[in-house]
Design a protein around this ligand. Structure first.
Ligand code: SRM
Ligand code: SF4
Length: 571
C-alpha cells in the first residue's frame, strides 16, 4: 500500500513537487535576492518567481560572446504586469515609462498578446523597486505567469462603452477572484508582514493548477481576444437596450503544440451553453476547480484544460461544472463574430468621448530613429485625462478623450510620429510574438522578422490589386504559439533559424485552426507559395471571400474540423 502510494507521488511532474514544497510560493526567493554571486535565481526559485509575474532570461544575442569571455550569461528578469482587460491610467503609464527608461536593459515597454505589458531586462537589484512602484501605482504582477489564472482578456472596444464597462468589470472581478491568496508576493516584494502557514488556497488548491489557465470575455461581433486560444471564455449577450444579460460559455481552447508529439495540438474551445450574468463567478470557480482536480499533473505537455476535455469528454466535464456550480447551462444564444482586429484612428464612443487606436508594430514601444514612439506616448500621458487601453493585438487605445482635448492629443501624436499615415491594412493585420533575443524557447525570429516580411507580402498584395484587403498573418518563433499563429489565415511557426512551418486555412474571424501546408521552409519558399495562392485568390475569389476561406474552397488545403482527430492528418 505504502509503496503504491510512493509510486503515484513520484510520477507527478517535478513542478508538482516544487509547488508543494514552496510554502505557498515563497521558496527561498528572499535568500536569492541577497545572493550577489549571480544575477539570477537558483533551483526551484527560477520557476517560483513566475507565479509573481517574472521570468529569468538572458540576451541570446550575447550568449556566445559572453561564453567566449567566460562570463555568466547576462541574466536579467522580464516582468509582466496584471492588467485585466488592458486598462491603464496615464499616471500609471508615466510611472512605468520612467522605470523602463531608467532601470531596464532594453528601455522598452512591450505590449503583449494578452492585453498587458512586459518590461524586459530588469536586473535583480532593481526588482523590489519595480514591485514597490507597481504597488504605489495600484498595479501588481501577481499570477501573470505560472500554473494559475493569467491576465484576463476583455474586448477593448470603446464604441459600445456601456456594455464594455459592464463586461470589463466582470473581467476585473474574475481576475481578483482567482488570485492566489498567499501573502508571499507582499512579503517578498513589498516587505509585507510575514504570515505563518495560515494561508489556504481554496480555489486554486495548495499545489495550484496543473498548468497555466487563460480566460477571455468577448463582445460580439468582435473576436479581438481570440476566444479559441483560451481555457475559458465568456461571450457577452446583451438585451435590446444594450445592457449585459448573460454569457455564452466556451471551454477548452488553446494553441500550443510540441514538435514530434502528436498528443499535443491546438484546439478550439467547445460551446458549453448560456448562463445569466450573475452566475459568472460560480461558473469560473467550477471550471477552474474541475480542471484543478482532473487536469493531468503527471505530463505537463497534456496538462491544459483542452486535453482534460478530450480525455474525459466534453459532456462529462460540462456535467461536473453544472454539479459543482449549481448552474444549468441552457442552449447557446446565437452570436456572430465578424470582426477581429482593432479599429484604428479616431472613433467616437458613448458620452461624446473619443478614442484613438494607435498601431504599435509588434507591441514594442521604443524610440526609433524615425519616430519617438515612447517619448510621444509619455508626453500624451502627461496631458491625457482619460485612460489607455491595451488590446490583445498588441496595440494601444488612447481612450476617453473629450472633444476639446482631441487637438492636443493629435498634435502630440503627429509631433512624435506616434501616428503613421501610410500603414497598410495588411501590416495592421499582422502580428508576431517576442521570440529572439529574450525568449529562451525561440527557434526562429518572429518580432524582428515580421516588419520586413510584411513589406514583401504588401508587395504581393499590391501586385494583385489587393491593397484594400488584408489577410490575418501571424508569426511565432516556436510551436508554443504566443503570437496566435494557430488562429491565423497565414501562420508561420518557427522551426529553426531562418526556417518556418507554413500553416494555411484559418479563417478571418479566428474560428478555424489552420493546417500545415509545408514544413521547414525558408522565407523565399514561403513568399513563392504566397505569391501563387494570393494571386489565385485575387482572380478566383467570390465577392468578399477571405483568403483563408478561399484556400479551403479551392482545395489548396483541407480544413481542420476536429483537432484531436484530424490536425495531424496530412493533406
Ligand atoms: Fe507565451 C511561454 C511570451 C502569449 C503560449 N510566452 C512564453 C515565454 C514566457 C517563454 C518562457 O516560458 O520562458 C515567452 C516570453 C518571451 C519574452 O521574452 O517576452 C512568452 N506569450 C508571450 C507573449 C509576451 C507574446 C507576445 O508577443 O505578446 C504573450 C504574453 C501574454 C501575457 O501577457 O500573458 C504570450 N503564450 C501566449 C499565447 C497567446 C494567448 O494567450 O492569447 C499563447 C498561446 C495560447 C495558449 O496558451 O495555448 C502562449 N507561451 C505559450 C506557451 C505554451 C503553453 C502550452 O500550452 O504548452 C509557452 C511555454 C510554456 O508555457 O511552457 C509560453
Ligand atoms: Fe517564445 Fe515561442 Fe512564445 Fe515566441 S511562441 S514568445 S518563441 S515561447
Amino acid at each position: 500500500m505504502n509503496s503504491q502510494k510512493f509510486k503515484v507521488v513520484s510520477l507527478l511532474s517535478d513542478h508538482e513537487r516544487l509547488k508543494r514544497e514552496s510554502n505557498f510560493l515563497r521558496g527561498t526567493i528572499v535568500q536569492d535576492l541577497e545572493d550577489k554571486l549571480t544575477g539570477g535565481f537558483n533551483g526551484d526559485n527560477v520557476q517560483l518567481i513566475r507565479f509573481h509575474g517574472m521570468y529569468q532570461q538572458d540576451d541570446r544575442d550575447l550568449r556566445a560572446e559572453r561564453m567566449e569571455q567566460k562570463l555568466e550569461p547576462l541574466i536579467n528578469i522580464m516582468l509582466r504586469c496584471r492588467l485585466p482587460g488592458g486598462i491603464i491610467t496615464p499616471n500609471q503609464w508615466v510611472g512605468i515609462d520612467n522605470f523602463s527608461k531608467q532601470h531596464t536593459l532594453y528601455g522598452s515597454i512591450r505590449l503583449t498578446t494578452r492585453q498587458t505589458f512586459q518590461l524586459h531586462g530588469i536586473l535583480k537589484p532593481k526588482l523590489k523597486n519595480i514591485h514597490k512602484l507597481l504597488h504605489e501605482l495600484g498595479l501588481d504582477s501577481i499570477a501573470t505567469a505560472g500554473d494559475v489564472n493569467r491576465n484576463v482578456l476583455c474586448t477593448s472596444n470603446p464604441m459600445e462603452s456601456e456594455l464594455h464597462s459592464q463586461v470589463w468589470l466582470c473581467a476585473k472581478k474574475i481576475s481578483a477572484h482567482l488570485l492566489p491568496k498567499s501573502n508571499a508576493y507582499a512579503e517578498i516584494w513589498l516587505d509585507g508582514k510575514k504570515t505563518e502557514y495560515t494561508e489556504q488556497e481554496i480555489i486554486l488548491g495548495s499545489t495550484y493548477l496543473p498548468r497555466k489557465f487563460k480566460i477571455s470575455l468577448a463582445i460580439p461581433p468582435q473576436n479581438d481576444v481570440d476566444v479559441h486560444a483560451n481555457d475559458l471564455n465568456f461571450i457577452a449577450i446583451n438585451n435590446e437596450n444594450g445592457r449585459l444579460i448573460g454569457f455564452n460559455v466556451l471551454v477548452g481552447g488553446g494553441l500550443a503544440m510540441t514538435y514530434g508529439d502528436t498528443s499535443t495540438y491546438p484546439r478550439k474551445a467547445s460551446e458549453f451553453g448560456y448562463i445569466i450574468k450573475d452566475d459568472i463567478l460560480k461558473i469560473v470557480e467550477a471550471v477552474v476547480t474541475v480542471q484543478r482536480d482532473w487536469g493531468d499533473r503527471v505530463n505537463r505537455k497534456n496538462a491544459k484544460t483542452k486535453y482534460t476535455l478530450d480525455r474525459v469528454g466534453v459532456n462529462k466535464f460540462k456535467k461536473e461544472v453544472e454539479d459543482r456550480s449549481g448552474v444549468k447551462f441552457v442552449p447557446i444564444v446565437p452570436y456572430v463574430f465578424s470582426e477581429r482586429g482593432d479599429r484604428f484612428g479616431w472613433i467616437k464612443g458613448m458620452h461624446g468621448l473619443w478614442h484613438f487606436t494607435v498601431f504599435i508594430e509588434n507591441g514594442r514601444i521604443l524610440d526609433y530613429p524615425d519616430k519617438l514612439l515612447k517619448t510621444g506616448l509619455a508626453k500624451i500621458a502627461d496631458v491625457h485625462k482619460g485612460v489607455f487601453r491595451l488590446t490583445a493585438n498588441q496595440n494601444l487605445i488612447i481612450s476617453d478623450v473629450r472633444e476639446e482635448d482631441k487637438g492636443i492629443i493629435e498634435f502630440l501624436m503627429r509631433k512624435y510620429g506616434v501616428i503613421g499615415d501610410n500603414i497598410t491594412l495588411q501590416r495592421k493585420s499582422s502580428m508576431a510574438c517576442v521570440s529572439f533575443p529574450t525568449c529562451p524557447l525561440a527557434m526562429a525570429e518572429a518580432e524582428r522578422f515580421l516588419p520586413q516580411f510584411v513589406t514583401k507580402v504588401e508587395h504581393i498584395m499590391l501586385k494583385y490589386g489587393l491593397a484594400n484587403d488584408s489577410i490575418i498573418l501571424r508569426i511565432t518563433g516556436c510551436p508554443n504559439g504566443c503570437g496566435r499563429a494557430m488562429l491565423s489565415e497565414i501562420g508561420l511557426v518557427g522551426k529553426a533559424l531562418g526556417r518556418y512551418n507554413l500553416y494555411l486555412g484559418g479563417d478571418y474571424t479566428g474560428t478555424r485552426i489552420p493546417r500545415m501546408y509545408m514544413e521547414n521552409i525558408t522565407e523565399d519558399q514561403i513568399l513563392k507559395i504566397l505569391d501563387d495562392t494570393i494571386g489565385r485568390w485575387s482572380r478566383e475569389r467570390y465577392e468578399r471571400e477571405s483568403y483563408g476561406d478561399y484556400v479551403i474552397r479551392a482545395k489548396i488545403i483541407k480544413p481542420v474540423l476536429n483537432s484531436v482527430e484530424d490536425f495531424y492528418v496530412s493533406d
